[in-house]
Structures are given as structure tokens and as C-alpha cells.
Design a binder for this molecule. Structure first.
Ligand code: NDP
Length: 260
């Protein structure tokens, strides 16, 4: 039996095992997908003593690059890995967040500019893929500490950010994940939303205050459910050497996300 898992901290909220195991069962694959709470990033290689592959989640995606012997073109450019496959004691790193995100915003038409709130691994994947698709991207983060990862972009902190007009506003932070926080102070976010058309939230398990505020201002909104499914479907296919039918995986994972 092949063994996979999602590795992160916290991890109990992750529904990746539900998505993967449902698709694995429907596709008659001999595999199991679990979840691993990792306390110490230096121990990241340890579970691969028995795992064939894993998804890496908050807050380890950037550090995960370091344990990989090979990186795909996306993870190399982004500097963040969310999928690792172990093959003959070598570690192969991939980033499926970028393509998963891109597929999930397909329904937002005519986007020419975007503001990404947050500067973590997910923000890097989003900025990279939007930029590749000729969308102007600016970043605003609560601190300056990750600015060096966004050398090709306009980067602001809450202190020097002045709301402008962007088509799409994205929350890529974990603000709202286990609390009710907004990713940007209320007044700045409200003014930004008032000049925008679309709001996108990476969090998928509840209606966040970010999305509630956007809806109250009549923006078209979307949460992170589709991105979660699309990046997971791409990862599962990678675990099986891209031999599976991606659209079938997506339809099974969509069914699974609605199971309670
Ligand atoms: P990282 O830990 O790499 O980055 C977190 C970012 O959020 C940093 O910029 C951090 O700011 C900022 N941040 C954290 N808390 C707050 C807060 N209270 N207020 C404002 N900013 C905050 O995380 P990732 O980029 O890996 O993941 C971010 C989120 O995206 C998570 O909630 C994750 O679950 C979700 N996600 C969803 C996916 C999906 O498929 N829907 C896929 C991937 C991720 P600072 O730099 O100042 O610390």
C-alpha cells in the first residue's frame, strides 16, 4: 500500500485526508492518506521513512524547499513547495498551489490588476502565477520581514499602504483561520474594496469577516474551496506519476468536500 499525508502545524483542521481518501477509494487505488502534526521543521524528513509522498502546509512550505533534491519549475521560481515525492531516497518538490489557484479564478473575467494581502508561501505562488498571466500584482503585508521574497513587485506594509484601484483583492493570510481577524485594518480594507470588483479568500472552511465585508460592499466573492480541490487533485495525480484522470479526481474531491 502507498502511504501519503499532509504535514503542517496546526493540522487538525485540514480536510486534505478526506479529499484524498475519498478519491483514492473511488479510483480503486491501493493507498492511504493521513495527517501529521510536525512540531520541529528539522524533523520534516522523518515521516518519509514510511511515506511515499506528502503535502506540506502552513507554516513549512518555504522551509520544505531545503530538503528537496529536485524542484519543479514552479516551486523553484516561487521558493515554496506544497508536494513532495520520495523516490529512491531522493526528494522531489512541486508546487501545485500556483496552478490550482489559477484554475480557481477562471470565472473572474478581465482581471488586469490584483492586490495580494499577505506575503507567505501562498502569496508567492499567487503572485508568480498572476504575473505570468500579465496581471499587475502588488503586495501588502503586516510586516516588512518577507519583502525580499517579492523583489519584482510593489510591496507595502500596513503603515505605508494607500488604497488604490485593483480589480481583484486576495486574502492569502491565515487571518480568520482560527480567529475573526481581518488581514488588513478595517478602514484600509474597506477603502480598497470600494474601488475593486472581486474578492478572493484562501480560507475555505468558514465565511470569514474578509468575505463578509466584501459581500456587504457588493463585490463578487469566492472562497478557497476550489483552490484546495484543484491543488489537491494535481498533487494526487503527481503521487501516481500523472497517470490518473484529473477531471475524475476533481469530481470525487468535490463530492468529498460536501460530506460531513
Ligand atoms: P505562511 O505562514 O507562509 O504566511 C502567512 C502570511 O499571513 C504572512 O504574510 C503573515 O504575515 C500573514 N498573517 C498571519 N496572520 C496574520 C494576521 N492575523 N493578520 C495579518 N496577516 C497575518 O502561510 P501560507 O502562505 O502557507 O498560508 C496562508 C493561508 O492560506 C493559510 O490560512 C492556509 O490554510 C491557506 N491556504 C489555502 C489553500 C487553499 O487551497 N485554499 C492553499 C494554501 C494555503 P507576517 O509576514 O507579518 O508574519
Amino acid at each position: 500500500m502507498m502511504k501519503f499525508a499532509v504535514i503542517g502545524n496546526p493540522i487538525s483542521h485540514s480536510i486534505s485526508p478526506r479529499l484524498h481518501n475519498f478519491a483514492i477509494k473511488e479510483l480503486n487505488l491501493n493507498a492511504f492518506y493521513g495527517r501529521i502534526l510536525l512540531e520541529d521543521i528539522n524533523q520534516l524528513k522523518k515521516p518519509f521513512g514510511y511515506l511515499n509522498g506528502a503535502n506540506i502546509t502552513v507554516p513549512f512550505k518555504e522551509e520544505a524547499v531545503q530538503i528537496c533534491d529536485y524542484l519543479d519549475v514552479h516551486s523553484k521560481k516561487i521558493g515554496s513547495v506544497n508536494t513532495i515525492i520520495k523516490n529512491k531516497d531522493e526528494f522531489y518538490g512541486y508546487n501545485t498551489d500556483a496552478l490550482g489557484f489559477l484554475k480557481s479564478i477562471n470565472e473572474f473575467k478581465n482581471i488586469k490588476s490584483a492586490l495580494i494581502i499577505g506575503a507567505g508561501g501562498t502569496a508567492r505562488a499567487m503572485a508568480y502565477t498572476l504575473n505570468l498571466n500579465n496581471i499587475r500584482v502588488e503586495i501588502v503585508n503586516r510586516s516588512q520581514k518577507r519583502a525580499a521574497n517579492f523583489k519584482d513587485f510593489e510591496f507595502f506594509t500596513w503603515e505605508n499602504f494607500k488604497p488604490k484601484s485593483y480589480d481583484l483583492i486576495i486574502n492569502s493570510t491565515s487571518a480568520g483561520l482560527i480567529d475573526d481577524e481581518l488581514p488588513l485594518p478595517f478602514d484600509l480594507l474597506k477603502e480598497t474594496f470600494e474601488k475593486a470588483k472581486f474578492a478572493y479568500e484562501v480560507i475555505y472552511n468558514k465565511p470569514t469577516n474578509f468575505l463578509n465585508l466584501a459581500k456587504s460592499l457588493d463585490l463578487i466573492t469566492k472562497n478557497g474551496k476550489d483552490m484546495l480541490i484543484f491543488q489537491a487533485a494535481l498533487a494526487l495525480n503527481l503521487f501516481f506519476s500523472n497517470k490518473l484522470d484529473e477531471e475524475k479526481i476533481i469530481s470525487y474531491m468535490k463530492k468529498a468536500i460536501n460530506l460531513r
